[in-house]
Design a protein around this ligand. Structure first.
Ligand SMILES: CC(C)(COP(=O)(O)OP(=O)(O)OC[C@H]1O[C@@H](n2cnc3c(N)ncnc32)[C@H](O)[C@@H]1OP(=O)(O)O)[C@@H](O)C(=O)NCCC(=O)NCCS
Length: 158
């Protein structure tokens, strides 16, 4: 359990959080994941799941990621609209990245919609850089951007 500010804490997630996460994903995302995708992410080998819990209210933010060999693949990050701009997403990501970096992982990666400037600012602020794109990747025709960051101490972002 980790501190995340007054009245809230971070905890790890497990397959028993499927329902909680499905509700939170629906509240946080315009085009969220379906329940089967969430269940698969929770059960995946190497799953890294974190929830921010606000005392008296319950989970208000989440991070779904997976460790794939020596890469941390960040799948989904969401913060309830009433709780944004309080550093929760940055803290979730910084904490997990520090842990995975200490465990010897080489790189973190993710993809996001090119139109999602908010998320891009969040990740670029954490040292991620755009390393590729996929044209018209999403069903609404939006492009996907691929972002990456080296993790091991002493390696620079590319
Ligand atoms: C993107 C998202 C996760 C950010 O969560 P958050 O907890 O509000 O973000 P933080 O408070 O940690 O902000 C960290 C940095 O991100 C950037 N950022 C976050 N929200 C922003 C906004 N509305 N406008 C501009 N920059 C923003 C800023 O650089 C910010 O740093 P600053 O506050 O020092 O300026 C949240 O807006 C969200 O859930 N969006 C919908 C889901 C989504 O798009 N997820 C990402 C793709 S999976």
């Amino acid at each position: 359990m980790g501190e995340a500010g007054a009245g809230r804490f971070v905890r790890g997630g497990s397959p028993s959080d499927e329902g909680v996460l499905a509700g939170l994903v629906a509240e946080c995302m315009d085009h969220g994941w379906g329940r089967s995708q969430i269940a698969a992410a929770l059960a995946a080998r190497g799953a890294r799941v974190r929830l921010v819990v606000e005392t008296g209210r319950g989970p208000v933010a989440f991070l779904l990621a997976r460790r794939i060999v020596d890469v941390l693949e960040i799948d989904l990050v969401g913060v309830h609209p009433d709780h944004r701009r309080r550093g929760m997403a940055r803290q979730l990501l910084e904490t997990l990245i520090a842990e995975e970096s200490a465990a010897g992982l080489a790189e973190a990666r993710l993809e996001l919609a090119a139109s999602n400037g908010t998320a891009r600012r969040l990740y670029e602020g954490l040292g991620f850089v755009v390393v590729g794109s996929r044209s018209r990747y999403y069903p609404d025709g939006d492009d996907a951007l691929l972002l990456a960051r080296f993790l091991r101490e002493g390696t620079a972002s590319r």
